[in-house]
Design a protein around this ligand. Structure first.
Ligand code: TA6
Length: 271
């Protein structure tokens, strides 16, 4: 598992070839923005807790359930680091994973995934999937971004008002009214193409997640009991994070014709 450190005039960061996983990103002059558990496990075929896991070619257990590993094989596979450029103000890493590297009987198609991560004053992430096969395929994807906040119970997540969501805790479909406050376990899949703003009064900043090519936004905080139940998640760490995930999942899964590509991107800004 090769890990790479970023240190430029605008930001510091870290990423690894394992899962093409962004581990850290800290723009100059502010607290870290990407959150990583102190108990994260770094080992073959294990998902890293925190950072930006890439969920592909399915999300969770898949649209019909029963798919393993959870969130697909991409985040636990070794991607190829194709390039790493530092122009002094930003560093850009490009990774690829293809069906010649990793495949699954649950996704028996020829594909090529490219992940681009640009570490600058903003963090720009782009996942491009190409259908190398001669039949169409449908996939789910998520940039499962863990954001660092000062105190999750004081945060307001804005930008999803009026959007419908599936609440995985209550198993109900609901329409969001007003900002999301974190006062319980939050595990929601929104049908939304809009930017999201995480207003953090404790760190006196707002994290904005802009996006494109994405019709789903997942918001997750495990809260107390779920945090305690995860061995790679500190009992109190739920208070310092919230996941804002740029995704195409469920009914928003992407159907790709042979020879076509789809790019889903996110840009994280600090203000
Ligand atoms: O994105 C939210 C979610 O699907 C939650 O349901 C929870 O399972 C989380 O992902 C983490 O999943 P993981 O497999 O990384 O433990």
């Amino acid at each position: 598992m090769t890990t790479h450190v970023i240190d430029t005039a605008t930001a510091s960061g870290m990423f690894t070839d394992h899962g093409a996983h962004v581990l850290q990103w800290r723009p100059r002059g502010t607290e870290p923005v990407v959150w990583l558990s102190d108990l994260a496990v770094f080992a073959d075929a294990v998902a890293i807790r925190g950072g930006v896991p890439i969920c592909f070619p399915w999300f969770g257990a898949g649209r019909s359930g029963g798919m393993t590993p959870a969130h697909g094989f991409a985040r636990i596979s070794e991607w190829r680091l194709n390039s790493m450029d530092d122009d002094g103000s930003a560093a850009t890493a490009v990774f690829t994973l293809s069906s010649t590297d990793v495949t699954s009987p649950l996704f028996p198609y020829r594909y090529r995934a490219t992940m681009t991560a640009r570490f600058g004053a903003d963090l720009h992430l782009a996942l491009d999937v190409h259908n190398d096969d001669d039949v169409p395929f449908t996939y789910e994807a998520a940039l499962h971004t863990y954001l660092h906040v000062g105190d999750a119970t004081a945060v307001q997540v804005e930008g999803l008002t009026g959007d419908t969501f599936h609440d995985k805790v209550t198993d109900k479909e609901t329409v969001q009214s007003g900002p999301i406050v974190i006062d319980r376990e939050i595990d929601r899949v929104y049908r939304s193409t809009r930017d999201v703003h995480v207003v953090d009064p404790t760190l006196d900043r707002t994290l904005t997640v802009r996006k494109g090519g994405s019709a789903s936004t997942v918001v997750w905080n495990p809260w107390i009991d779920k945090a305690r139940a995860m061995t790679d998640f500190g009992d109190d760490e739920w208070r310092s994070m919230v996941c804002i995930e740029t995704a195409n999942v469920g009914v928003d899964a992407v159907e790709l014709a042979p020879g076509r590509s789809h790019t889903m991107w996110a840009r994280i800004e600090v203000e």
